[in-house]
Design a protein around this ligand. Sequence first.
Ligand SMILES: Cc1cc2nc3c(=O)[nH]c(=O)nc-3n(C[C@H](O)[C@H](O)[C@H](O)COP(=O)(O)O)c2cc1C
Length: 231
Amino acid sequence: MDRRNFLAGSVMAGGAGALGAVEAARAAAGAEEKIRIVGISCSPRKAKTTAAAVRTALEAAAAVSARIEPQLIDLGGTTIGGWQGGATPDSPQEIMDDFPSEVEPYLETPGLGGLILGSPVYFRSMSALCKAVLERMYVLRKPKFYLADIPLGVVAVGSFRNGGQELVIEQIQAAMLCQEVMVVGGKPKAHQGATLVNAYNDDITQDELGMQTAKLLGMRVAEAALKVRKP
Ligand SMILES: Cc1cc2nc3c(=O)[nH]c(=O)nc-3n(C[C@H](O)[C@H](O)[C@H](O)COP(=O)(O)O)c2cc1C
């Protein structure tokens, strides 16, 4: 089953600004290649608040430039386990689950320019699914570091204000430094990343401040991706 969800064309009205206008004109002229920004929602609940927050960040990223091609991977409903004893980076096929089909191909392919990882807050830590994904990214370090120099932004959603969102972001950022990514936060004042509160029965759009942090994160990841991947 293909869980990819392209968001191309979902550019937010009025959000592009000066940088977006310039980039859009260049892209229209066919002068520059596309830059794919992949957002991965690591909640076991499909299409819920974490997925919505990651989608919001991706839409804001797409509004920065016509070169940005957003792609949402919602891991809700998948089965992905942590690293296992018998496997090595050279023989990861020992682990039979959804990681090789639902995650790996989208991070190894050329054209990847940015990454947004999202996790719900579970007891002031990341979800087990998110931790499993981070461990399984071991295979992305061989034969080369596929994620090297890729700007990474992080989204965390909890039910409470100060529920551990910033802790989760830090945990994910720390793990991803092992992939040689370039960790970025959001534009001011979302300095660490996107921190959302699910206090309205899974309707994350009612958390105005949180939604703003998701947009500011997406913008920052897009801007960094454009700088790293010059035409
Ligand atoms: C096992 C478990 C532990 C949780 N622990 C926290 C917590 O420590 N802090 C918090 O703010 N929310 C906590 N929550 C609430 C979730 O983070 C929140 O409902 C979030 O929106 C879920 O994301 P989803 O809608 O993408 O599944 C917890 C939820 C579960 C199921």
